[in-house]
Structure formats: C-alpha cells, structure tokens
Ligand binder design. Structure first.
Ligand SMILES: Cc1ncc(C[n+]2csc(CCOP(=O)(O)OP(=O)(O)O)c2C)c(N)n1
Ligand SMILES: [Mg+2]
Length: 333
C-alpha cells in the first residue's frame, strides 16, 4: 500500500508542476490558445483515475491537462501538444483542450461544456456490447450539470445500467458564476435521484477518500450494477483560464480558506504522520522537476506540423462516401 500512496502523491505533484510550467510558458507566448489549469483539484483527478485499470476509459473536459497524466500518460507528448508540436499526443493540432491518448484509455476532451458526457456513455455502451468489463469515467464541472447533454447521458446510463462513473468536479464556479446561484439543488449529487442513480459526495481535497469512493463505484459498475454519480467538492486556485485576470472573480477570503486545504500539502502531512520520511517525498519532487525540464526540452525541440497536414486527422480516413452520393455521381439517380 505504501507504493500506491507514494504514487498518488507523485501524480498529484506531477500534475501541479506540469501545469505551473505550462502557465509560465503560456505567459511567455510559447503556448498558444487558452489554458485552463486545475491547480487545487489534483486530489479528485488522481484519486479517481487511479481507481481505474489502464484499459478503462476516461473522458475529461476543457480543464484536463492532469487527467491523462493521472491515467498514466507520459508527459512529453502532452507538453508537446500544448506547444502545438507534431510530436504532441494529437500531432500538435489539438492543443490544451484536446489531449486524447488512447494508449491509456484517455478518450480526450473538448471545449464544449457537457460534451464529454455522451462520449463517456457511448464508450461504456460499446464496452458492454462487446462483453468487456471495462468501465468509463467521465469528468465534468458543476456548470456542465446544467447542460442537456449531461441529463441525456445520465438517463441513458441509468436505463441501460451502463458502467459509467460520472465525476462532477464541483469547484463552486462556472467561469465567475457561483454554482449556488444557478443550480437548482444544494448538492449536485441530488441530481442522481432524478435518474434513480446512486450518488455520493466526497471531499475532493482528500485523495484517498476519492480513491475509495470511486473505487467502490468502479467495482459496482464492473459487476453490472450500473452507474454512479460522484460529486467531488473542490476548488480551483487560479483564475478560470490563464490571463483572464482575477478581476472577474473577487474571491478574497474564500480563496485563502481553500488554499489551506491544498490537496498536495494535506496528503504530504498525512503521509508524514503515517511514518513516511519527508525526504522521500522531496526526492519524488526533485525527480519530477527533472521530468518536467526534459518534457519542455522535448516540446521546444520538436517541429510544428507540416502545412500539408492541416486537413488530415479531421475525419476518419478514408472518408466514407455515402451511398446516395455514389448514385448521383454515377448519374444513376
Ligand atoms: C456549451 C458551452 N457553453 C458555454 C461555454 C463557455 N464556457 C467555457 S468553460 C465554462 C464554465 C464551465 O464551468 P464548469 O462546468 O463548472 O467547469 P470549470 O470551468 O469550473 O472546471 C463556460 C461557461 C462553452 N465552452 N460551452
Ligand atoms: Mg466549475
């Protein structure tokens, strides 16, 4: 168990440092586009993903650099993707909000809020039609639970008893809008009742608590007992997206209180109280720093995609020709 605990710590720190370096590179203009970090949310990300098998599916959203990392993806192609380089996990054409890495079951993300839900439900349907016991973990924010796609996905997963874990990262805001002002229920977990779906609330700053709650949901899903909605109560420490400025959201004391519940520092204290040598944790962090520096070198030294590739990877290849088009082209119609 010690090994697993250190791995929970390692992955949280890896995500934190990956994102802080990405933010610095974005500020310098090295990373194009928008960049949403999940600093402060690492425990719910790592605790959930580590409760999965490598062949299980996972779907993130616009704030999901850390999710493929937590699922076990190597960071060089992820960093290169942020830099828009051809060695990136999506050939440099996706960027920060499109980090699919099928090799670890990470089906990717999109910027459309709520759109990952049907993808995760579809993956679970596929797994069950194929007779496999793979499960599908779907991350989305509090704001996404007001989208139609969320409710449609929850309903389908419930009626077909699909192996999905719906993981709501309730960080209390959608951009600058407080969740409490726009969501009809006190706890998002209550929304499970509308679909007779089991739901749980978990402290999203406690990595082991998340691991346990999601682990139990995964076991039920694998056993054919259907989906679970898990609401992780968490908080993002940075603004909604890099360079948006805090002007949009004056959080004052609230932020200060949440900073005291930094998931990495909470877990460091817990590990040390449980007998882990503090230096062992520092050694892990030093190793991560080297790994990050190497990933930055890798990204910076990689080429941009060729112009000729602009239209590849857009549709499946070859693009299937619809039957009706054949008929018209042949002059038969
Ligand atoms: C369908 C849709 N509506 C609006 C937006 C603009 N938008 C981008 S992120 C975001 C907030 C999402 O909040 P939440 O789901 O709580 O996720 P968080 O950013 O807090 O992690 C909004 C409204 C969008 N990208 N897609
Ligand atoms: Mg939110």
């Amino acid at each position: 168990m010690k090994k697993e605990r250190l791995e929970l710590f390692r992955r949280m720190v890896l995500i934190r440092r990956f994102e802080s370096h990405a933010e610095a590179c974005h500020a310098k203009g090295e990373i194009p586009g928008s960049l949403h970090t999940a600093t402060g949310q690492e425990a719910e990300i790592v605790g959930s993903c580590m409760a999965l098998r490598p062949d299980d599916y996972m779907v993130g959203n616009h704030r999901s650099h850390g999710h493929p990392i937590a699922k076990g993806a190597s960071i060089n192609p992820l960093m290169a993707e942020l830099f828009g380089r051809s060695t990136g996990v999506c050939g440099g054409k996706g960027g920060s909000m499109h980090l699919s890495d099928f090799s670890v079951g990470s089906l990717g993300e999109t910027s459309i809020v709520g759109s990952g839900v049907p993808v995760a439900v579809g993956a679970a349907l596929g797994a069950s039609l194929q007779g496999s016991d793979r499960v599908s973990l779907c991350f989305f924010g509090d704001g996404a639970t007001n989208e139609g796609a969320f409710h449609e996905g929850m309903n389908l997963a419930a009626i077909w008893k699909l192996p999905v874990i719906f993981l709501c990262e309730n960080n209390l805001y959608g951009v600058s809008t407080p969740a409490a002002e726009v969501i009809s229920v006190k706890d998002i977990a209550e929304r499970g009742a509308a679909y007779t779906m089991r739901s749980e609330i978990v402290d999203g700053q406690d990595v082991e608590a998340v691991f346990d709650v999601v682990g139990a949901a995964v076991s039920r899903a694998r056993a054919g007992e259907g989906p679970t909605l898990v609401e992780a109560k968490t908080y993002r420490f940075a603004e909604h997206a890099a360079n948006m400025g805090r002007v949009l959201l004056e959080r004052g004391l609230e932020l200060e209180e949440w900073l005291k519940r930094d998931p990495i520092e909470l877990y460091r204290s817990k590990l040390i109280a449980g007998g882990t040598d503090a230096d062992e944790l520092i050694a892990i962090e030093t190793e991560i720093d080297d790994e990050i520096v190497a990933s930055l070198d890798f990204a910076r030294n990689s080429p941009y995609p060729e112009q000729s590739e602009a239209f590849t990877d857009v549709f499946t290849e070859p693009v299937p020709t619809p039957a009706w088009l054949n008929v018209v082209e042949n002059g038969d119609g």
